[in-house]
Design a protein around this ligand. Structure first.
Ligand code: 5GP
Ligand code: ZN
Length: 114
C-alpha cells in the first residue's frame, strides 16, 4: 500500500467504492466519472505506477488479471463487446498512478478515440 494513492486507499477500505469483483490479486470497481455507459476499473492489489515498474513475476500477475476480465465483463452485461484501456503517463492523460485497466462498453465506439 502506498500513501496518498487513491486506489490503495480504496483497496484498504478507506474510500468507499462500488466493487463488483475481488480476488487475491485484483478488484474491479465502477469508475466514479464514467466515460461510457458501462465503465469499470480492474485494479491490481499491488501498487505499480506503470508497466515499466513491474517485474516478470508482477507481469504474470497482470496476465492473470487480463484472463479474469472476460468473466467480469460477462457479469457486467458486456456480451456485445468492450474496450480495455491502460493509460501510461501524462500524454495518455493518466491521473491515478496505480496501474489500472479501464473496462468500457455499453455502446458502439469509434476507434481511435483521441
Ligand atoms: P486514468 O486517467 O489514470 O487512466 O484513470 C483514472 C480513473 O480513476 C478515472 O477514470 C477516474 O474517474 C477514476 N477515479 C479517480 N478517483 C476515483 C475514486 O475515488 N473512485 C473511483 N471509483 N474512481 C476514481
Ligand atoms: Zn496504489
Amino acid at each position: 500500500m502506498k500513501n496518498d494513492c487513491v486506489f490503495c486507499a480504496i483497496e484498504a477500505g478507506e474510500i468507499p467504492s462500488q466493487k463488483v469483483y475481488e480476488d487475491e490479486r485484483m478488484f474491479v470497481i465502477k469508475d466514479i466519472e464514467p466515460k461510457a455507459p458501462v465503465h469499470y476499473l480492474a485494479i491490481p492489489k499491488r501498487h505499480y505506477k506503470l508497466l515499466r515498474d513491474m517485474t516478470d513475476a508482477d507481469r504474470d500477475d497482470l496476465g492473470k488479471i487480463f484472463a479474469t476480465i472476460p468473466a467480469v465483463a460477462d457479469r457486467l452485461g458486456l456480451q456485445n463487446g468492450y474496450r480495455l484501456i491502460v493509460n501510461q503517463g501524462d500524454d495518455a492523460g493518466q491521473t491515478v498512478f496505480h496501474l489500472h485497466i479501464h473496462i468500457l462498453g455499453g455502446h458502439a465506439m469509434d476507434f481511435p478515440e483521441l
